[in-house]
Design a binder for this molecule. Structure first.
Ligand SMILES: Cc1ncc(C[n+]2csc(CCOP(=O)(O)OP(=O)(O)O)c2C)c(N)n1
Ligand SMILES: [Mg+2]
Length: 471
């Protein structure tokens, strides 16, 4: 793979700045993962700068495209990018709290107590972090829930004239993400449901912690995903921003499948002695090597946390302007929607604010004391249905056990969520408990009240997602 020639154009400068901030933060903390942010900076750049409908000034805008960094160890990639594009601080419901979501000071304090830049991204620590990642595979499973949420919202709330929901979900994932069983379960759900609003970019770098992926991993990922019903594309060099753009355009044009873009990258790209080795994965490079990498990018070797002139402006011209236009167009539609569809708009307002509709609990039944009693699954089913009837954006399902654990919604109009029929509120996860937990988290992160059900004994298989949803 050729090393990209160093140039001073703004695109290269912006990408290399993401790389340098990431290296400096890891080196200063003397802990973290420098190699993957260095390798994947062009992907983050292409997504945020040229692809996503994303407004740094309104990071919670409901119509935004979603971004998930599933390989959470590459957290500095996300922090550097969110900082440089100028994401504004808000609370988790989108109310501005003033200043930057992630400041240069936060980046300087990466991995220190009190910094929003934790070792792995944590939801609600800073605007722009759409979900907590770190346990490999979790993020991609969340992304399936996010894509399902978009389909459900579009089916239930868009009208013939007013389109409120029409966004995509992008996830970057690594070898480890895709080795995890949860990823295959989630990909199987996504392929079955034909989620054409979902794109995973797989960092195919042949490296994991213990060394070359040959040690434990030899499957043909492309063929596997084709079998799962995905559209599979390839990019031979992560530095080839144009090729990334073309592949993403093919994803956007694909109307019946989720897309996997397999991208070849060099971990630690630019660090002459460490690149392409597992040594670049989870340890600081050392200041000498950091200097050599900066030299290879053509940036000053002795500057730390350096943001060259023009980089912030470049992002402001790209994602900043595009996002401002897209989000204000959305606001116009939302204003019309509130006038045209007051009942539905009130539901959405509650949802956007993280609130429950008034009277959500008014029909919860009271069970009289009774010597024989009722099976808990029966009373649970009655309560679930009584709440869901009054919470129109509550959807969920079971891992093939709904008739047994009474978790199906039976009231009139509840309906089924099926491939290309995304209006229903009863989801079918198949027998995939681990992915179900991650998908339910993705639904909740999208504003819906998602639920997932199984027998108690099988919740062990859901432990990963349950733990993440509780912290
Ligand atoms: C569920 C889970 N198991 C183990 C780990 C520890 N871990 C962090 S990164 C990693 C693998 C690194 O390889 P890859 O995913 O290919 O990332 P790369 O080094 O290429 O960035 C492992 C095992 C984890 N984060 N999550
Ligand atoms: Mg890898």
């Amino acid at each position: 793979m050729p090393m990209t020639a160093t140039t001073t154009d703004n695109q290269t400068l912006a990408i290399d700045t993401i790389r340098c901030l990431s290296m400096d933060a890891v080196q200063t903390a003397n802990s973290g993962h420098p190699g993957t942010p260095m390798a994947l900076a062009p992907i983050a750049y292409q997504l945020f700068q040229n692809t996503m409908n994303y407004a740094p000034a309104k990071p919670h805008w409901p119509g935004r495209d979603r971004f998930v960094l599933s390989c959470g160890h590459a957290s500095m990639l996300l922090y550097s990018t969110l900082h440089l594009i100028g994401v504004q601080a808000t609370d988790r419901y989108g109310n501005p709290t003033g200043g930057e979501s992630i400041s240069l000071e936060d980046i300087k304090n990466f991995r220190q107590i009190g910094s929003v830049c934790a070792g792995h991204p944590e939801f609600a620590e800073a605007a722009g972090i759409e979900t907590t990642t770190g346990p490999l595979g979790a993020g991609v499973s969340n992304s399936v829930g996010m894509a399902m949420a978009e389909k459900w919202l579009a089916a239930n709330y868009n009208t013939d004239d007013l389109t409120l929901f029409n966004y995509n979900t992008y996830a970057i994932c690594s070898d480890g993400d895709l080795m995890e069983g949860i990823a295959t379960e989630a990909a199987s759900v996504a392929g079955h449901l034909k989620l054409d609003n979902l794109c995973w970019l797989y960092d195919d770098n042949n490296i994991t912690i213990e060394g070359d992926t040959e040690l434990a991993f030899s499957e043909d990922m492309g063929k596997k995903f084709e079998g799962l019903g995905w559209n599979v594309l390839h990019v031979d060099d992560a530095n080839d921003v144009d090729a990334l753009g073309k592949a993403i355009a093919k994803f956007q044009a694909c109307g019946d499948k989720p897309t996997l873009i397999v991208v070849k990258s060099i971990i630690g790209y630019g660090a002459p002695n460490k690149q392409n080795t597992h040594g670049a994965h989870g340890a600081p490079l050392g200041w000498d090597e950091v200097a050599l990498a900066k030299k290879s990018y053509g940036l000053p070797e002795d500057e730390k946390f350096y943001v060259p002139e023009g980089v912030r402006e470049h992002f402001a011209e790209g994602v900043g302007k595009r996002g401002a236009t897209a989000s204000s167009q959305w606001e116009d539609v939302w204003t019309k929607y509130q006038a045209a569809e007051p009942t539905k708009a009130a539901e959405l307002k509650a949802m956007f604010a993280g609130e429950l509709p008034e009277g959500w609990d008014k029909d919860i039944p009271v069970f009289e004391a009774d010597a024989k009693g009722d099976a808990t699954r029966n009373s649970s089913g009655k309560v679930l249905n009584a709440i869901a009837k009054n919470v129109p954006f509550m959807i969920g399902g079971s891992a093939d056990l709904a008739p047994s654990n009474k978790s199906d919604l039976k009231f009139e109009g509840a309906g089924e969520f099926l491939p290309r029929q995304y209006k229903g509120r009863n989801l079918h996860f198949g027998i995939r408990e681990h992915a179900m937990s991650g998908i339910a988290n993705g639904l909740c992160l999208s504003g819906l009240r998602g639920y997932a059900a199984t027998f108690f004994v099988f919740t062990d298989y859901m432990r990963g997602g349950m733990r993440l949803s509780s912290i």
